[in-house]
Design a protein around this ligand. Structure first.
Ligand code: GDP
Length: 264
């Protein structure tokens, strides 16, 4: 117990929110805590199941250059500043997802969302469905934020990285298949959600049911299948990159850091 308490004590530090930040989201067991720990310590420690959100301030590893600093020289203090960012871990358990969705409703300084998914678990139906439902809800929250914006410019875009983790496992799907499987499963999620809305009883007099259905429909209308590219319409760029935080010949999360660098 003591090591766990100690771990929580060390990581539960409150950091200023003025830094650009990234939300770590995804089903429990995907590797969020492991990635956060790796980024903070450059070494991976045993993780515990996260039950409360925690934020840590980290530095972009030196072999990556923040997008905003491509023309800055190494000694420039602005260059050093631009490498700082905050990672916000969110618990993946069903009931605790509220934390994550709340943060999406009013994100301040959020430069992007990193949805970490276990690429081996999405090879199986249960894991795939859980991930697809969660991702569907995250994307729908972002879509609503965009369509509900009151300014004519629309809110600042929030890109999404789907980090296909655990590629060291031989049962893991390659990233392009993770993407395909998720798109297919999200198509099913949005169909069943729409049906749920229709079935939830007749509309009250004068209330427009179809409006509600439209708001709750992720991506383009119609019966076709869902594709991540449809999110571009509402200012959301979805990228899929594979990696592994633990195992293999050591951690390989370069493509995730590259994506983070592009948002800084
Ligand atoms: P979280 O619930 O999303 O925070 O997931 P954790 O970070 O607690 O990781 C869940 C489990 O997966 C832990 O036992 C990790 O050691 C393990 N894990 C995380 N990343 C990898 C990886 O890249 N490869 C393998 N094989 N295991 C991993």
């Amino acid at each position: 117990l003591l090591p766990i308490l100690l771990h929580q004590f060390i990581y539960r530090k409150v950091t200023p929110t003025s830094l650009p930040s990234f939300l770590l989201i995804g089903p429990s067991g995907g590797g969020k805590t492991a990635f956060l720990t790796l980024t903070e310590r450059k070494a991976v420690a045993q993780t515990h199941t996260s039950t409360a959100p925690l934020a840590v301030e980290v530095l972009l590893p030196e072999d990556h250059t923040p997008q905003s600093s491509h023309y800055r020289s190494l000694g420039d203090p602005a260059y050093e500043r631009s490498r700082r960012f905050q990672l916000n871990d969110t618990p993946g358990h069903g009931k605790l997802r509220q934390f994550a969705t709340n943060q999406l409703a009013n994100p301040t300084n959020v430069r992007g969302i990193i949805f970490i998914v276990d690429a081996a678990s999405v090879a199986e139906e249960a894991g795939l469905n859980e991930s697809a439902e969660y991702l569907h809800d995250v994307l729908l929250a972002l879509q609503k934020r965009y369509t509900g914006a009151t300014t004519s410019k629309g809110p600042k875009e929030i890109p999404v990285l789907i980090a296909a983790n655990k590629l060291d496992l031989f049962t893991a799907l390659p990233p392009h298949l993770v993407a395909q499987q998720l798109e297919k499963a999200i198509s099913d999620v949005r169909k069943s959600r729409a049906k749920g809305l229709k079935d939830s009883g007749p509309a009250l007099d004068g209330e427009d049911d179809s409006l509600d259905e439209e708001r709750e429909w992720l991506g383009e209308g119609g019966e076709g299948s869902f594709e991540f590219a449809q999110m571009e319409e509402v200012g959301i760029t979805v990228t899929v990159q594979g990696g592994n935080v633990i195992g293999g010949d050591g951690a390989d999360v370069k493509s995730w850091y590259e994506w983070i660098a592009a948002q800084l």
